[in-house]
Design a binder for this molecule. Sequence first.
Ligand code: PHE
Length: 340
Amino acid sequence: MREQLLELKEKAEADLERCVDLEALNEFRVSVLGKKGELTKLLKNMGRLSAEERPVIGQLANEIRDQLETRISRFSETLRDQGIQRQIAGETLDVTLPGTDVRTGGRHLLYQVQEEIEDVFIGMGYSVYEGFEIETDYYNFEVMNLPKDHPARDMQDSFYITPEVLLRTHTSPAQNRAMEAMCPNIPVKIIVPGRVYRRDDDATHSPMFHQVEGLLIDEHVRFSDLKGTLLEFARQMFGPEQRIRLRPSYFPFTEPSAEVDISCVMCHGRGCRTCGGTGWLEILGAGMVHPRVLEMGGYDPGKVTGFAFGLGVDRVTMLKYGLDDLRLLFENDVRFLKQF
Ligand code: PHE
């Protein structure tokens, strides 16, 4: 029996090394050391041994079992290491796989439209001039021909920082700043895009909104030049079929003054909900620069004339994109903004 045990050990040690993976090794372990394994089968014959032989053979069998267990567990570690090595060796970097998506931001719809407006006027020879969002009472009102006690100041309810400093209520103060900077040169041919502030807040009025101011000062500038310029703008912005309408109005800094409408972009003038059945939509205020405003800017109203206009960017955006609530533009909901 002793020989049989030693033979089993020798054979098992040789077979063990032939296991190619952990699965095969486990099967091998069961076939030798398991309940129905070869070693167990062999030991069933122990009963036939003499009382002296039994403990000796028993001890030998236990030693062989221990040795085989140790060899098996050592070899299983070797197999595991080999497996990992193989896996690493098989891994290659596939540079053709799609990369991680980088999300880029985009320009806000309002500034896309503002830029489009700028482009139209740049195409007509205007330069972009920047004013200040925080203005003095002097520039926002006084030099716009709105002295302190002027009732037309009520048209623009303002946010004051001090009694003399406020958030500009319109881009018009830049008219005078530009005149001061350029006088006595002509022509002054600028647009001034930017944010303006008024104490208003509902579906069509926001306390912060956007205007593009226009100013042209030169010799012989006429009202018809203003009209032609605005018609060209409307056509480039809303399509070649666009018509405009000028209604007499009042601004302290222009004379004569007009409220300018474009034919309704929804119904093309037939009358609908957007235009309140009139067929027209108001988008800007305009007029010939008041002689006092020219004077305060350093120009001689006897030698030069000019026109000015103030365009509502938010309103143009709403009309161009069919938005029914101005607040959509300021809530910063990406689901809305992503559409443009
Ligand atoms: N500043 C005026 C407003 O905000 C618009 C305007 C500008 C009117 C220039 C005439 C000339 O209402």
